[in-house]
Write a protein that binds this ligand. Sequence first.
Ligand SMILES: [Cu+2]
Length: 75
Amino acid sequence: MVGFAYEMPASVPTGAQVTVVNRDAEAHSFSLRGRSERLVVPPKGSMSFTAPAEPGTYEVVCEFHGGMTTSLVVA
Ligand SMILES: [Cu+2]
């Protein structure tokens, strides 16, 4: 995340270990809507999660900033 927005790769492989980097000076979450995957990434920090095993497009939201959304493509 940078500038209160997500920058995403075109896709990530199913089951991949994905690292989320926060380049902002505020915490952001990386939460897959309707699923258990949820990171709270501290300012200037990074965290990892395991991508879903099922291919698809997952909605990503920041729980702290309402306009911050993106899609995660798992292929
Ligand atoms: Cu945020």
